[in-house]
Design a protein around this ligand. Structure first.
Ligand SMILES: [Cu+2]
Length: 456
């Protein structure tokens, strides 16, 4: 009985906070800045409050705040948004302040933070501040620490950002639906001393996954594992901006995983260390070198390295299906099947049918007609041709002479003469004939699968 009464009282306090807000009038609420594009915004130099080295949100932005009586006040609006995944494909998602993911929140260790959350969704929501050490009633778990924020209402969260590190926020209300619709955002608490953990460039993004049928616009939110879009900050390659760094600059890349599976994140041309997690910083003596680090569901990683190798370096999830876009999953393997002449006949029966490589899966240079609002499975024009990538893939561009604070794409790397793999033009021995697998059928039958094309 006591427990129940306390629980209701606790809930009442939160409700009182919300009603006080509306009674005092909208004038007391901070502005609700909104982003209209998926471009990477310039780092937000702290306009007031204590100094820090701002992060760069890949294809995202940082939420401005106002200082009120020494408290940093933010205003998040949970609302339906249209997010461009890459040029040529948009999706109806749910997010915050105009985009999915929501804007990054940056504060300094010891800051008192007040966050107003207005719910413009058709159902209740809440915000959980993943990794923060805060009073239990501010933890944002619907039903457990607060009632859900009803549609049209504004709730207030207030706590002190007690420790520096890498965090995220997301709903703890109808999670399967709301996170599959793109509701999430990054949170960085900077150290009090800006020289502590200082790096030259600090990139952040969240990993998310979506199941959007080719030709449709809205994710299927009850999908548990078979997603067809693997995203960094709700963007897929070639829609993800490159990360750039000056030669010998110290770089940090922080990422969190809000998908339903783990992602081994791999960087070419460099060795890095995991310098921090959502649990805090790893002491330097306990770090070890890696070129791939796995980030499990609900985890965050901050990796650090010196960008001492000039070039255009792939940075991607090492699960090869996660560097592809939609449509790749219902296709039979036809390697070794001679289907010359068959494709045209099938095409007259199944419009849009595409024969998948008899010499491998490469379809980077095929240009079939796609359903509307769908991206090629493997794409991205590079200086040497099609990169045959999608999903969780981007490029780290390390350049000599890049100015501090310059985040513009420097274009493709100009390789020094004699440093690019090239065709051998000397003598080639006669090729032996290919071995035939025992019991291989002479004419393997073709399985035809049409791309599913439902509209929602
Ligand atoms: Cu992955």
């Amino acid at each position: 009985m006591t427990n129940r009464r306390n629980f209701l009282t606790g809930a009442g306090v939160t409700m009182l906070g919300a009603s006080l807000v509306s009674r005092a009038g909208a004038a007391t609420l901070p502005d609700t800045p909104s982003a209209s594009s998926a471009a990477t915004a310039a780092p937000l130099a702290p306009p007031n409050g204590r100094p820090y080295n701002p992060v760069v949100t890949l294809n995202g932005w940082t939420l401005p705040w106002r200082m009120k009586d020494g408290v940093k006040e933010f205003h998040l609006v949970a609302e339906p948004v249209v997010r461009e995944f890459a040029p040529g494909m948009q999706a109806n998602l749910w997010g915050y302040n105009g985009q999915s993911p929501g804007p990054t929140i940056e504060v300094v260790e010891g800051d008192r933070v007040r966050i107003f959350v207005t719910n413009k969704l058709p159902e209740h929501t809440s915000v959980h501040w993943h990794g923060q050490l805060l009073p239990c009633g501010m933890d944002g778990v619907t039903g457990l620490t607060q009632p859900g924020i009803p549609p049209g209402k504004t709730f207030v969260y207030e706590f002190v950002a007690r420790h520096a590190g890498t965090f995220m926020y997301h709903p703890h209300a109808d999670e399967m639906q709301q996170m599959a619709m793109g509701m999430m955002g990054f949170w960085v608490t900077h150290p009090k001393n800006p020289r502590q953990h200082a790096v030259d460039r600090d990139y952040v993004f969240l990993l998310s996954s979506y199941d959007i049928e080719p030709g449709s616009y809205t994710p299927r939110t009850n999908t548990m594992l078979d997603f067809n879009l693997w995203a960094m900050n709700s963007r897929v390659f070639p829609g993800i901006d490159p990360m750039v760094a000056g030669l010998n600059e110290k770089v940090r890349i922080r990422f969190g995983n809000l998908t339903m599976t783990n992602h081994p994140i791999h960087l070419h041309g460099h060795r890095f260390e995991v310098a921090g997690t959502d649990g805090g910083w790893v002491p330097p003596s306990r770090r070890w070198p890696e070129v791939t680090t796995d980030v499990a569901v609900g985890q965050m990683r901050a990796i650090e390295f010196v960008a001492d190798n000039p070039g255009d370096w792939a940075f991607h999830c090492h699960k090869s299906h996660h560097t592809m876009n939609a449509m790749g999953h219902d296709v039979p393997n036809l390697i070794g099947v001679d289907h010359r002449g068959v494709a045209r006949k099938i095409n007259s029966l199944v419009p849009g049918y595409m024969v998948m490589g008899d010499k491998g899966g490469s379809m980077g240079d095929m240009r079939m007609r796609l359903p509307e609002n769908t991206l090629p499975m493997m794409d991205g024009k590079g200086p040497f041709g099609n990169m045959e990538m999608g999903g969780m893939f981007t490029v780290l561009k390390v350049r000599e002479g890049l100015k501090r604070g310059d985040y513009r794409d420097p274009g493709w790397y100009r390789h020094p003469a004699g440093t690019v793999a090239h065709e051998w033009t000397g003598d080639v021995p006669a090729a032996p004939s290919a071995p035939q697998a025992a019991g291989a059928p002479k004419d393997a039958s073709l399985h035809v699968r049409k791309p599913r094309n439902h509209k929602h």
